[in-house]
Design a binder for this molecule. Structure first.
Ligand SMILES: [Zn+2]
Length: 141
């Protein structure tokens, strides 16, 4: 291999590694840590999640929680979506640890997060795209 070829090869491999890194899915303990950080940042640490994990059996909801246990589950369908969307769903479920239902008190909590509206729009777009049967890009299968 010439030096030029070698350098090209190295830069291709570095690009591949960077691409893998950015697509890496957070593990469950990282998700829990992230939820704790979000709670500290937006809810003064009042929401105290005990566990946050991905689940694959949740196709109609993005997230769910059991307030009595402090456990939060996120749909694996969120994997690969932008971070601000995953953070929004985490905050949404964290807020449910404090306020059940979707009344004004609930949405007031989420107003603290500046990307709530944008994230909700993104998720609505995903749902809408799923309903368009003739767009090949919208469906994985
Ligand atoms: Zn909700």
């Amino acid at each position: 291999m010439s030096e030029a070829e070698e350098q090209r090869w190295v830069s291709v491999m570095l690009d591949k590694l960077a691409a893998q890194e950015s697509k890496r899915v957070l593990g469950d303990s990282e998700l829990t840590e992230r939820a704790e950080r979000l709670s500290a940042q937006y809810f003064d640490g009042r929401a105290r999640p005990t566990s946050v994990r991905w689940v694959t059996n949740q196709n109609t909801r993005w997230g769910s929680c059991t307030p009595s246990e402090g456990s939060i589950r996120l749909s694996h369908r969120l994997q690969g979506m932008p971070e601000y969307v995953v953070d929004y769903v985490l905050l949404h479920e964290l807020a449910h640890l404090l306020v059940p239902g979707h009344g004004p008190r609930f949405w007031r909590l989420l107003e603290a997060y500046p990307r709530t509206e944008r994230a909700r729009g993104y998720l609505e777009g995903v749902v809408a795209a799923d309903r368009l049967p003739h767009l090949p890009a919208a469906r994985g299968e």
